[in-house]
Design a protein around this ligand. Structure first.
Ligand SMILES: Nc1ncnc2c1ncn2[C@@H]1O[C@H](COP(=O)(O)OP(=O)(O)OP(=O)(O)O)[C@@H](O)[C@H]1O
Ligand SMILES: [Mg+2]
Length: 247
């Protein structure tokens, strides 16, 4: 079975450092796949390669059966690959609603082209639904720069979902969140529609094991192990890698 996303032989070098060395990764439609590993393992670099912001020196990335290696991040987003970053990236002076509207607009196709403001109305409606889902309805009119870190995280996920992605790339969504916020985030991710596949980079292994169907472990730019959460949890190799150096 071919995957929705297939990365093969991906190699990224920075000078003499191989951030990624011949890494393969496959994510199927609707799958929750986690990418874990110690600091500096190459997780963010692999998300950058899949999202199109880093070009690998070697290797291929295909999405939905097509090679997307030559496409930049915006073109990949149009095809359905959306991401959130290790540090939340929102427009601070725009309200929560406006942030989602801006994210949704490029992917909104008006039902009737002559309807003035139609696309904006649809984007606003989508924003309202997403704010409700994320528990952000109360702060819809608050500028994103005034939101708490956890709320900005939820907002960024809502922005990524506004583009109706088929693959959501999440880089450490739980970083810096309080216990309550982590609980809320976990619930949001658990209830995402299966129309969206998720590639989750996360240091919180409790979240990883609770949310994912499959897990890949990177270390020093190479795949150390891949399997189900149970297989990874009990793998001596993985325990050793984490004992050796995780934040
Ligand atoms: N632009 C860059 N220039 C030079 N080296 C880089 C660059 N980006 C990443 N690296 C290096 O590549 C390696 C992999 O980095 P990456 O950010 O992918 O790791 P990570 O697994 O995401 O780590 P963390 O868990 O700390 O976020 C690290 O050694 C890092 O220092
Ligand atoms: Mg990282």
């Amino acid at each position: 079975m071919t995957g929705l996303l297939e990365a093969q032989g991906v190699t990224v070098r920075y000078g003499s450092l191989a951030a990624l060395d011949s890494v393969d990764l496959c994510v199927h439609d609707g799958q929750r796949h986690a990418l874990i590993g110690p600091n500096g393992a190459g997780k963010t670099t692999l998300l950058n390669v899949i999202g199109g912001s880093t070009r690998p020196q070697r290797g291929t990335v295909s999405f939905d059966g097509r090679n997307v290696g030559q496409l930049g991040p915006a073109a990949r987003a149009r095809r359905g690959i959306n991401r959130i970053h290790q540090r939340p990236a929102v427009f601070p002076t725009l309200t929560a609603t406006e942030n989602i509207v801006v994210a949704a607009l490029p992917r909104v196709i008006p039902r009737r082209r002559w309807w003035p403001g139609g696309r904006r109305r649809i984007a606003h409606h989508r924003a309202g639904t997403l704010l409700d889902q994320m528990g952000l309805a109360d702060v819809a009119a608050v500028p994103a720069g005034h939101l708490a870190h956890g709320q900005r995280r939820q907002l960024e996920i809502a922005m990524a979902l506004a583009g109706r992605p088929r693959l959501l790339l999440l880089d450490e969504p739980a970083a810096g969140l309080s216990a309550i916020e982590v609980g809320r985030l976990s619930e949001v991710l658990r209830t995402l529609p299966r129309a969206v596949a998720v590639l989750l980079v996360e240091h919180r292994l409790d979240l990883v094991y609770a949310l994912s169907d499959t897990v890949t472990v990177l270390r020093d730019g190479r795949t150390l192990a891949a399997g189900t959460p149970d297989e990874i949890r009990t793998s001596p190799l993985v325990r050793q890698a984490y004992a050796d150096g995780v934040a």
